[in-house]
Design a protein around this ligand. Structure first.
Ligand code: HEC
Ligand code: HEC
Length: 359
């Protein structure tokens, strides 16, 4: 009973948070997406639906884990387009100084991200930690501050950002159309070379980057031996402590925007860095320190943590989350249990990468 009370308290806190800081009504970007595309509309609705479900079902640690669904084993995609996208992704000629490719900051050999705290682009240091592009197609919001709602719209970001590739689409389009190798490839794929098709193949490539078969995914699909006893305890703590209220969905996050430092006196966004989150792109006061709930897929492999990359270990990140998002000090054994659970969210490297590398 006592436990239930706690859980109910967590649920109320989070619903309160959603009301206060959730981003459903006020974002101009989102309005745009609601009106511009049916597909986005459907995605948003799914998100809302999930939240409603959770409210009804309560957050019982013993209930079936309907809040997180497994990464699909296979996905339908256009292989020819994805292959061109892969080549462009690896091509440093896309950047203004011809030295920085997408892959420079999104390492395909390891985790789809990088191990330094903040990314270094054509003009040196940026302000944010690189996000992994593995499974990014399953996010509902993009970037650390969730300022963009589709993978397609996301692409303008790194290309235009002066700290990343510092270039523009006409320049890229010119480079690709003058390159005989790309000419042949686009021709074979029946595509005319344009800004739209270049973006299209890059997105098609990124859509292929799923990491299936994480131990946790096998567990929720019925393989009760896929997790250790500690990992199961961690999964239960993840639910009962309230992490699941924000980190949920197929990517165990990636779906909402919340205030970093929501409850904590310590370790709020302001104390970490000058990065004001969503506020940076909207300029609105109410957007101060709003960040996307990070996806926790493969999180054990994507240190350092948080938007500023200032937190080195997963244990430290879990401790900070307890303080800043839940207003509580987690017991050391709870932290190590949750860490063990988070490790179980690491899946297999996207198989298409090896295929492309070997062709
Ligand atoms: C200089 C390093 C750098 C380069 C080059 C770069 N990125 Fe990124 N990428 C980042 C950083 C840093 C972020 C997070 C930025 C933010 O949240 O404001 C990011 C975010 C992303 C995301 C969002 C993932 C998510 O879950 O929201 C995608 C997708 C992505 N990049 C793809 C690309 C593509 C495609 C290219 C090449 C056209 C590229 N990146 C080039 C550093 C880089
Ligand atoms: C109120 C919503 C909320 C709750 C509850 C919450 N988180 Fe988070 N979490 C976030 C947000 C927002 C971020 C992104 C913060 C940033 O870096 O700007 C995040 C980031 C993280 C990260 C860093 C991921 C990365 O790639 O850097 C980890 C790990 C994490 N959370 C684990 C947890 C755990 C474990 C719990 C429960 C103890 C928890 N979170 C509870 C909202 C929440």
């Amino acid at each position: 009973m006592k436990e239930r009370g706690w859980i109910a308290a967590c649920v109320s806190v989070v619903l309160f948070a959603l009301l206060l800081f959730g981003y459903e009504a006020t974002s101009p970007n989102q309005h745009a997406s609601h009106t511009s595309s049916h597909q986005h509309g459907a995605k948003e609705n799914q998100g809302v639906h999930r939240r409603e479900q959770s409210h009804q079902a309560g957050l019982s640690p013993t209930s079936k884990p309907q809040f997180i669904s497994p990464i699909p084993q296979t996905i339908a995609f256009d292989r020819q387009q994805a292959k061109i996208g892969w080549q462009l992704f690896n091509d440093a000629n896309l950047s203004s100084n011809r030295m920085v490719s997408c892959e420079t900051c999104h390492d395909l050999a390891t985790n789809g991200a990088e191990t330094i705290d903040v990314s270094i682009g054509v003009h040196g240091k940026g302000i944010r930690n690189s996000l992994t592009i593995f499974n990014s197609a399953y996010n509902y919001r993009f970037f650390w501050d969730g300022r963009v709602n589709t993978l397609h719209d996301q692409i303008d970001g790194p290309v235009h950002s002066s700290v990343e590739m510092d270039t523009d689409w006409p320049t890229i389009e010119r480079y690709v159309s003058e390159n005989s190798h790309y000419q042949t490839q686009f021709e074979q794929a029946n595509l005319a070379i344009s800004e739209a098709t270049i973006k299209q193949v890059l997105v098609e490539f990124m859509r292929t980057l799923n990491t299936p078969n994480a131990p946790f995914d096998r567990y929720i699909q019925g393989d009760s031996k896929a997790l250790t006893a500690q990992q199961i305890r961690g999964w239960e703590a993840f639910q009962s402590e309230g992490c699941i209220s924000c980190h949920r969905g197929i990517n165990v996050g990636g779906g909402m925007v919340m205030r970093f430092g929501f409850l904590g006196e310590q370790t709020i966004g302001a104390e970490r860095s000058n990065d004001t989150g969503r506020h940076r792109s909207t300029g609105k006061n109410e957007d101060m320190y709003l960040f996307r709930v990070a996806s926790l897929r493969n999180v054990a492999d994507t240190a350092p943590y948080f938007h500023d990359g200032q937190t080195k270990t997963l244990q430290e990140a879990i401790k900070i989350m307890g303080e800043s998002q839940l207003g509580k000090t987690l017991a050391p054994h709870t932290i190590t249990d949750i860490e063990a659970f988070l490790i179980s969210l690491s899946g297999e490297r996207p198989s298409i990468l090896q295929e492309f590398e070997n062709e």
